[in-house]
Design a protein around this ligand. Structure first.
Ligand code: GAL
Length: 636
């Protein structure tokens, strides 16, 4: 069926095909008995139709014979139990045996296919961390962790002092005594857990680097990428991405909504469209992770199988999600998967084809999409649009900060990622485009810089914030910890006190039913609030006398989590103050500017009327649910 598949892909407008990412048991059915013929035929067949191939290294699925030979490859869970064979991602990143085995298979593959004309990119492994697989408590991990601690802290006294081990007599006499952060009687030392997270994150990066090195050597000139996930922060993505050419991610908007959303109202409202900011947030995040180069390498084509419930997308969403990725700058958008497999774990997960090879419903929308892409390409060519103006707002996204808050949330309704996404939503509701960038990014071009989860402040970021003339919004808890997760000696917000004279003297977390309001300005705070000592006058005062929101020139310190409506009006005012043009939108409409074009999307349940000046090249001002429009703004 392969030649037929390849022809049908080409006819549909597909140009890039990813294959091979779980194929180890077929590439090497027994140790050293390699069988690459089938993959050679597959790649040749795709090539014959002019399709480009992304080859996945198969290291997410060590085969049975390998696990039987070396059971120590298996990751170990918190109770000391090895994770079993029978699905995927069962390996431990710290297993040196596994690292060698991976190098062996990757080198073989790279030598066999590295120069093939069709192979234009490689994907390392598959979704590092999926199914909670970053952390392993194996013996190999323990040995490597002690080594890592030695390098980071230099002496055991330093480690004891950085972690505050004098508390509860947790002091160690040598690195050989340092244990795994698991199975303790009650809460583990947060600094210990943070160190283990950092270590585990570094293990992912070094594991990935081994593959990258071989691929670069035997397959020069090809892009190397990895497929990251949605709502996933269990390792520092910037570190792995530093070795890659492109960041790609796997986008399942309906699955994420049902799995990750907190409110049933949201789940109901966006059941068949996904949350309007879910894909966009990740597109912007991975554009930052990939230093500008990013793809969606897996896109939901219909119902999936893995969320608590798996509804079908609203008709139109397949086309909408694809154009949304383009509008945020994706180089490639690829569906998972071509054909629904009739067996095993994902048999209820749709593809573009049904198991019997007839077309599934996504295909009709892809035909329409292919026509849209022609219209857009033609328009860009004719109009000579070359607008390169980027978004006016930058969000600093900090993986370690996110982790610090997860390790010590101080309130179980505090969602670190959720808070960043709430602020993002407020910007997107105001029709404003956002870049999401690391702490060391160049921030010169922005009018508003949002720092929402930088819990320990990086010195490069501090310098940028000290010298910028942009407005800077510092969220609660930013700067509240040292790099080792303790309270800074000058109290929170620590180093940020060089930007604005505020000291946090008390923090409180609140259950959802407790909402604190201010007297005049209508601020509403939930979940988290800080009491501030400052010579600055607060911009508002809570009913119990605590100050709310402090400002010093272009620096704004927000000392609590605002509720949705309150956050929206607060953010809109900050955007206006920063001189950013806002386009207030209903919460189902989203817009994104790209190369002088404006893309508009309706995620909402109702028909909406767009009132934006420009020439419509696709669609019209009235947008039904799931519909899109593209306008030429003529600002090229
Ligand atoms: C991704 C994964 C794919 C497939 C897909 C199902 O997490 O990379 O292999 O499992 O989800 O939606």
């Amino acid at each position: 069926m392969w030649p037929d598949d390849a022809r049908r892909m080409r006819e549909l407008g597909i140009s890039v095909v990813r294959v091979g990412e779980f194929s180890w048991s077929r590439l090497e059915p027994q140790r050293d008995q390699f069988n690459f013929d089938w993959l050679q035929r597959a790649v040749d067949t795709l090539h014959a139709e002019g399709l480009e191939v992304v080859l996945g290294t198969p290291t997410a699925t060590p085969p049975k014979w390998l696990i039987d030979e070396h059971p120590s490859i298996l990751a170990v869970d918190e109770s000391g139990q090895p994770r079993g064979f029978g699905s995927r991602r069962h390996y431990c990143f710290s297993s040196n045996i596994y690292r060698q085995e991976c190098q062996r298979i990757v080198e073989r593959m790279a030598k066999a296919f590295g120069q093939h004309k069709a192979v234009t990119a490689w994907q390392t492994d598959n979704e590092y961390g999926c199914h909670s697989t970053i952390i392993s408590y194996s013996n190999d991990a323990l040995v490597a962790f002690r080594q890592w601690c030695k390098q980071r802290y230099g002496s055991i006294d330093q480690l004891n002092s950085d972690w505050g081990n004098v508390f509860w007599s947790m002091e160690y006499r040598s690195f050989d005594e340092v244990g795994l952060p698991c199975s303790a009687v009650t809460e583990l030392n947060p600094a210990h857990r943070l160190a283990y997270w950092r270590f585990s994150s570094d293990q992912v990066a070094s594991f990935n680097r081994l593959q990258v090195k071989l691929l670069r050597q035997h397959s020069p000139g090809r892009d190397i990428l990895h497929n990251y996930m949605g709502n996933f922060t269990e390792f520092d993505h910037y570190t792995t991405a530093a070795d890659l050419d492109i960041a790609t991610w796997d986008n399942y908007p309906l699955g994420f909504l049902d799995r990750d959303s907190e409110s049933d109202t949201d789940k109901k409202k966006w059941l068949r469209t996904g949350h309007p900011d879910s894909s966009a947030f990740h597109h912007d995040l991975y554009r930052g992770v990939g230093r500008g180069r990013w793809w969606v390498i897996e896109q939901q084509p219909g119902p999936v199988n893995w969320a608590p419930h798996n509804p079908a997308p609203l008709p139109g969403m397949i086309r909408l999600w694809a154009l949304e990725a383009l509008a945020h700058g994706a180089e490639v958008m690829s569906w998972f998967r071509w054909r629904q497999a009739p067996w095993a774990q994902e048999q209820n997960h749709t593809g573009l084809l049904l198991p019997d090879s007839t077309e599934d419903e996504a295909v009709a929308e892809i035909r329409q999409l292919t026509a849209d892409l022609d219209v857009i390409a033609h328009e860009l060519k004719e109009s000579g649009n070359a607008s390169t103006q980027g978004p006016p707002v930058a969000f600093i996204f900090d993986y370690a900060g996110d982790q610090m808050l997860r390790i010590q949330p101080q309130g179980n309704n505090y969602s670190p990622l959720g808070w960043v996404q709430d602020i993002y939503t407020a910007c997107r509701n105001a029709g404003v485009d956002v870049d999401i960038v690391p702490a060391d990014a160049l921030l010169d071009s922005y009018q508003l810089i949002v720092v929402a989860n930088s819990i320990s402040i990086n010195d490069t970021l501090l310098k940028s914030l000290q010298t910028t003339s942009a407005h800077v919004l510092l969220g609660p808890r930013c700067g509240s910890k040292t790099d080792e997760l303790s309270i800074p000696s000058n109290l929170p917000p620590g180093k940020l006190q060089s930007l604005i004279p505020v000291r946090v003297t008390r923090v409180e977390s609140l259950p959802d039913f407790a909402i604190e309001t201010t007297q005049c300005e209508n601020f509403e705070v939930h979940r988290w609030r800080e009491k501030i000592d400052s010579k600055l006058q607060p911009q508002a005062t809570f009913n119990d006398g605590w100050g709310c929101y402090y400002r010093h020139n272009n620096i704004h310190y927000l000392n609590g989590c605002l509720t949705e409506t309150s956050l929206q009006s607060f953010i809109t005012t900050r955007l206006e103050e920063a001189g950013i043009l806002i386009t207030p939108l209903t919460d189902g409409i989203r817009i994104r500017k790209h190369k002088g074009l404006l893309f508009a999307f309706n995620f909402g349940p109702d028909k909406e009327q767009l009132s934006i000046d420009g020439r419509f090249i696709i669609g019209q001002p009235e947008l039904a649910p799931g519909e899109i429009a593209v306008l030429n703004l003529g600002d090229g």
